[in-house]
Design a protein around this ligand. Structure first.
Ligand code: F58
Length: 853
């Protein structure tokens, strides 16, 4: 009934939506010119591509905001349950192209811009990436908000609006150099600052006991010592082919107006504002670690600042609708913790309910545990978050008390279940009795949540048998579940690979591209797998995408790639467990063998036919600034490239490229251009991986270990369409043990590679000492020696399948072996849409349904 009131009310029966602003060329052009003249205060005669980007995005944003407002109103009236996705990282990339695709306004906008004298692609390139994340975890959050909107859920993201995103990577003399990413240099048209939403967040201070004047009951009061304001900044998230437009709310830290009068009165004006100036530091920079926790106090401050602001916002909204009807809280609200970073939210909600709202402990706790659920993204011990008790207690004294109370009540239950079992108590305790004592954030997240999930089947099984096995004893199996990751096909197929998306739409007789929200429809591609014309078209699109990547590589590195060779790609964060070192060692081996054959008088042509097909090894990815070993790997790749690429005897038989500053917008060019991509982590270490899904969805074949989502990809696309190799997760422990007790055996081929490195072929061997010695003398923790020969053998096998087609689309061997596998992969990748993942979270964890549109 309220809906009716709305419809006949101020909005009128024909509420405008984005379509009205964007669907006609006249409307677009009018708005564009208006923004040039008013918003930008320029004129059409001095409007360059950057100004055109700003005017165009303001126009698109106007359209989005209408959908956004309508959506929020509709969701408020329907009053259904909403999910809040709490993530310290949202690796969004560019917004404009994505908005145009989701609003189905790309063609119109392209034409309009043409008429105004601009080229859409040039305009799109003006936008800086919103790089507010490190890697997979941050990009997953970005895919998930896209799916929440596209599948008509009511779901908001909450995060931080870092002024500096992940650093930009330069390669100088083969070394990584970090440069700050000041992405907000030109104001950001996609963000709407909500100056009216300012939430005070307190730190430090002390706790005292007070008595309720009415009941006389004692209660704890926290008097904070430092106050910072959280200002809301909103990013509308358009859904694909639906007006549903959710919100991503990121917080900015700002000083309060209060300042230190004692200092001021003592004549120290500078000092009196100093503390306030530091407020902004909280949201100034993203911590650049991937799968590693640094344990810095500022990081903890970021976490509490974000969590406190988000929860107060959520509670305020709830109270507006439902007053103090707290039992309804879990029916209205689900909160997903993206890793342990937001775990303080569990404590903060308990504090709000008990200290501020006066609920009894148990009642409050039963609400808290119904609301939260926790996603684990790693089993690596160095990435598991812990905070020293004294650090947390100084910053958040009341929260520390509450953590102790949570632990006390929890351990009491455990004690009941396992009487006298000190061992179990010690293992599941939220407090680690080490020196210094530490708070185990994963334990707190598990205790405070009703569900815990891993991100791929293998990973979800592993957490139950390793890091969380004692919690399975306490809570039972049912609390632990799996939701395999996914990627959004809007950005990772339609946007990144428009030609392939178009061919698919044509074959599926789906001119509206509805398959982008029903990715299972890809299955219908299977029936064309024997159609030569189709296979040729498919292959020519790959060739086109490879030329596009070759252009990027030329521009970025000066290296010229022949697009007819095998493009063998490994792009992801640089980490020992991801094993870029395994890949570059194999490349070195290949180079040595080619040189040897040439020395024996074998011609290049003969080598191509009998031994090695021509290929380009393409690397990319950032190393955490403090991660020496990762930086060493980057250096080695670049130095190998210098030697190989400048060796005139090799021709196009081998090239080695390191693409600097790998990011989302570069991934959009790299992913569709790969023939083969590497997902070769030590078994059991990569929780899921998501780029493996993107590559397979774009028709690139995968070489991979039996790890993370590779396992499910294999099940979906068939083992004949993927190149799996290597030791299994269940053997890892034993192999590591063997390395330590029997020594590491270096396979002959790897020994040659080490010999070449140590001979100085790639510059001063001391530079690579840690890398080589880590394998030879320090236990080879990531099992490079165990998988090296298997990796080489798998290459021999797959290169036979790729054939020697040399870009000739008429090569029928290549067409009928490799290209068929490519088609069959894509046809069976429907499962890996983030829409499916979000549906599973909605049904099994959040208990929410899509809204009515
Ligand atoms: C990644 N984790 C996993 N963490 O490594 C990857 O297997 C998985 O596919 C992906 O999450 C999504 O589930 C990851 O990216 C981080 O970057 C954290 C950033 C903050 C510090 C701790 C690591």
């Amino acid at each position: 009934s309220q809906l009716k009131v709305l419809d006949s009310g101020k909005r009128g029966t024909h509420a405008p939506d984005s379509a009205a602003v964007l669907s006609t060329k006249d409307a677009f052009e009018e708005s564009f010119v208006r923004h040039v003249e008013t918003t930008l205060a320029r004129n059409m005669y001095n409007c360059d591509s950057l100004a055109a980007y700003q005017a165009a995005s303001n126009t698109i944003r106007d359209g989005l905001l209408i959908d956004w407002a309508n959506t929020q109103q509709k969701q408020t009236i329907q009053d259904g349950k909403r999910v809040y996705y709490l993530s310290l990282e949202f690796l969004m990339g560019r917004a404009m192209d994505n908005a145009l695709i989701n609003l189905k306004s790309r063609d119109n906008t392209k034409q309009s811009l043409n008429e105004l004298g601009f080229n859409l692609e040039d305009v799109i390139h003006q936008e800086p990436d919103a790089a507010l994340g490190n890697g997979g975890l941050g990009r997953l959050a970005a895919c998930f908000v896209d799916s929440l909107s596209s599948k008509n859920y009511s779901g908001w993201g909450y995060g931080l609006n870092y002024q500096y995103g992940i650093f930009k990577q330069k390669i100088i003399d083969g070394y990584q150099v970090e440069v700050p990413d000041y992405w907000l240099k030109y104001s950001n048209p996609w963000e709407i600052t909500r100056h009216e939403i300012q939430i005070p967040v307190d730190f430090y201070g002390y706790v005292y006991e007070d008595h309720d004047p009415n009941t006389g009951i004692a209660k704890k009061v926290w008097s904070g010592g430092e106050r910072v304001l959280a200002v809301a900044v909103d990013f509308p998230i358009p859904g694909y082919n639906t007006p549903n437009t959710n919100n991503l709310r990121l917080w900015n830290a700002k000083p309060t107006e209060e300042f230190d009068f004692t200092k001021f009165n003592a004549g120290d004006y500078q000092q009196s504002v100093g503390a306030q100036q530091r407020a902004e530091a909280i949201t100034s920079v993203l911590y650049p670690n991937d799968n590693f926790e640094s344990g810095k106090e500022l990081r903890l401050k970021q976490q509490y600042f974000w969590v406190a602001a988000s929860l107060h916002d959520i509670v305020r909204r709830f109270k507006k609708q439902h007053k103090n009807n707290w039992t309804k809280f879990p029916d209205q609200i689900a909160i997903q913790l993206n890793d342990t970073h937001p775990t303080l939210a569990v404590v903060e909600l308990q504090r709000i309910l008990v200290d501020l709202e006066g609920l009894e402990w148990e009642k409050a706790w039963s609400i808290v545990t119904k609301v939260f659920a926790y996603t684990n993204h790693t089993v690596l011990p160095e990435a598991l978050e812990k905070w020293p008790v004294d650090v947390l207690g100084r910053l958040l004294p009341r929260h520390l008390e509450i953590i102790y109370d949570i632990n006390f009540f929890f351990l009491k239950e455990v004690e009941k279940k396992f009487p006298g079992d000190r061992d179990v108590l010690g293992k599941v305790s939220i407090i680690e009795e080490s020196t210094p004592k530490q708070i185990r954030m994963a334990s707190l997240a598990i205790v405070g949540s009703h569900k815990v999930n891993g991100v791929a089947e293998l990973h979800s099984e592993l957490i139950k048998t390793t890091i969380f096995k004692d919690f399975v004893k306490v809570f039972g199996e049912d609390k632990f579940t799996n939701v395999t990751n996914g990627v959004t096909p809007r950005r990772w197929l339609r946007q990144a690979n428009p030609l392939l998306a178009e061919l698919i739409a044509e074959k599926l007789e789906d001119p509206e591209y509805d398959y982008l929200t029903n990715l299972g429809n890809l299955k219908k591609l299977e029936k064309f797998v024997n159609d030569d014309e189709f296979l040729k078209k498919w292959d020519s699109i790959k060739f086109h995408n490879k030329k596009r990547l070759a252009d990027l590589v030329k521009e970025e590195t000066g290296i010229v790639l022949d697009p007819t060779v095998l493009f063998d790609v490994q792009v992801k964060r640089i980490h020992e467990y991801k094993r870029q070192q395994l890949n570059i060692f194999a490349v070195i081996y290949r180079y040595l063998r080619i040189k040897q054959l040439l020395a024996e008088g074998v011609s290049l042509e003969e080598i191509k036919l009998k031994h090695y097909i021509p290929k380009a090894s393409i690397f990319g990815g950032k190393a955490a600034p403090g991660y020496y070993m990762a930086k060493t790997i980057i250096h080695l790749v670049n130095k190998v490239g210098d030697v190989v690429n400048n060796d005139p005897a090799i021709g196009n038989l081998l090239k080695v490229v390191f693409i600097p500053d790998y990011n989302v917008s570069k991934a959009e060019i790299i992913t569709p251009a790969s023939d083969l991509s590497n997902h070769i982590s030590t078994a059991g270490t990569e929780a899921s991986g998501t780029s493996n899904m993107k590559f397979a969805l774009n028709g690139g074949l995968v070489i991979g270990t039996v790890d993370g989502a590779n396992v499910e990809i294999t099940r979906e696309i068939g083992e004949e369409n993927i190149f799996l190799f290597g030791n299994l997760a269940e053997s890892v422990e034993e192999l590591r043990h063997k390395h330590i007790y029997e020594g590491v055996k270096i396979p002959a081929a790897l020994g040659e590679v080490f010999g070449a490195i140590e001979s100085g072929l790639f510059g001063n061997p001391d530079e690579y000492r840690a890398l080589v010695d880590g394998i030879r003398y320090h236990g080879d923790y990531y099992l490079v020696t165990d998988d090296f020969d298997l990796f080489l053998q798998t290459h021999v096998k797959l290169e036979k399948v790729f054939g020697h087609h040399g870009g000739d689309a008429n090569d029928s061997d290549h067409l009928h072996s490799w290209v068929k596998k490519s088609v069959l992969s894509v046809a069976n990748m429907g499962f890996f849409s983030s829409d499916r993942a979000i549906d599973e979270y909605a049904e099994n964890i959040w208990d929410i349904e899509p809204t009515n549109q």
